[in-house]
Design a binder for this molecule. Sequence first.
Ligand SMILES: [Zn+2]
Ligand SMILES: [Zn+2]
Length: 306
Amino acid sequence: MLEKSIRILGAYGGKGVDINNTSIQIDKHTTIDAGNILKGIGKDAKYINKIFLTHSHLDHIVDIPFLIDSFFENREIPIKIYALKETIIHLKKHLFNWDIWPDFSQINLINKKLKAIEFIEIKVNKTMKFDDFSIKAIKTNHTISSCGYVIKKKNNAIFFTADTYKCNTIWEELNLNKYIKTLIIDVSFPSRLSNIAKKSNHLTLKDLLKELEKSKRDDVCIYINHLKPSYVKEIKKEVEELNSKYNIQLLNDGDILNLETTKKEQSLIYENSTKYHLKKIFENITSKEDFDKIIQKVQKEKEKIK
Ligand SMILES: [Zn+2]
Ligand SMILES: [Zn+2]
């Protein structure tokens, strides 16, 4: 599973009716950010024991408290939270402070000497190696202390910037690190709202195009994520109408990105979802069709849902 790929559990900069907060699954045990671990992975979320955080904003951390709670009884080892020093300070001060949620770094697992969570401070530009991947934090430019991550599997790497505004370190890494074949970068607001984007340290599509002038790489596939819920339609339209030498694509919840080909693999979560099957039914319905026909189609598609 995910040998050569990563899975987008949440591709957006907020939670909406049918969109989810930022989170990426790296392997069976590991995610970057925790915006949508439980719903994104389902019951196998119990295997997650490493979470690399980009920063402490709510849309990136919200599932950590509930992930601990959901599988507390049977956990054998702590959930390790890897993050920058400032991010750990924020989590301890504002979330795991007994007022908002218990401090699980002080609570033992059942019948164990181990704590429920463990904070591990990371340093930027230092590569950490694990069985199936290596990971390196790169400093980014957001309203608070933040980093992106370069994730490498075999000889292919993907660079996930997370939330950022204009930032030279991103392009320096991209220009130097030839293993990187795919870039996932923040476009939170439509280009007309460049002031809000600047104030909140996020990019617009127009800002991104300007930033791309710093790139010496024309062989990198670019995906954008972290669209804010209110502007999803507007940004999608901007991307569709974009006339650029760069192939810029949108990411969606459930997408699986192959690090070798840089392409989206079949979106497993989405293909299995009821929403997908219902969408297929409605795509084929015209207003002239009678009700019985619609019911027949619903039943036919229902049989495909496991
Ligand atoms: Zn965010
Ligand atoms: Zn943020």
